[in-house]
Design a binder for this molecule. Structure first.
Ligand code: SME
Length: 161
């Protein structure tokens, strides 16, 4: 059993502790799916106000649903499509305050109102994207993006097999 002591007073402390928890459950484990599964579980348990948290993997140049928490979701997303496909194609974090205003947004859960997608990039190849959805508009800010970008760097070698 894992037990984590996660500070929730402010976002820097929250992300410090969430990343430390994910580091603890992924370090030394070579299986990419196991590492994504535990990372999704920790994100889901400790980040407030989410309705989806998980991964899409780059499988042959297409995003394919990976380990996640939340409602069943669309399985395949072409690069360039939706928020996830845009992050995968551009290698850039997508912070979307209002998903209804994002051209081509793919609705997997009708409750989603804002979204943060961070690509995990190894050299010039996208390995996967981390996707967080919230039922609240403008749920995510630059601190969330920075926290997830640090997570993406930490996970690059651990979800890349
Ligand atoms: N909304 C995403 C699709 C994935 S679900 O949110 C889980 C998108 O537009 O790419």
């Amino acid at each position: 059993m894992y037990a984590f002591d996660i500070a929730t007073d402010d976002k820097p402390a929250l992300y410090r502790d969430v990343l430390s928890a994910i580091d603890a459950v992924t370090a030394g484990e070579p299986d990419a799916i196991a590492n994504m599964a535990n990372a999704a579980a920790v994100l889901w348990q400790y980040l407030p106000d989410l309705n989806w948290a998980g991964f899409y993997r780059n499988v042959g140049g297409e995003l394919v649903l990976g380990p996640f928490q939340g409602q069943a979701a669309c399985i395949r997303i072409p690069f360039g499509k939706g928020v996830c496909g845009t992050a995968a194609e551009t290698h850039a974090t997508q912070l979307v305050d209002d998903v209804l205003a994002f051209p081509g947004h793919i609705a997997c859960d009708a409750a989603s109102r804002s979204e943060l997608v961070v690509p995990i990039v190894d050299g010039d190849r996208v390995v996967a994207v981390i996707d967080l959805d919230s039922p609240s508009p403008s749920r995510f800010d630059a601190e969330d993006a920075a926290g997830l970008e640090r997570l993406a760097k930490m996970l690059t070698d651990r979800v890349n097999r």
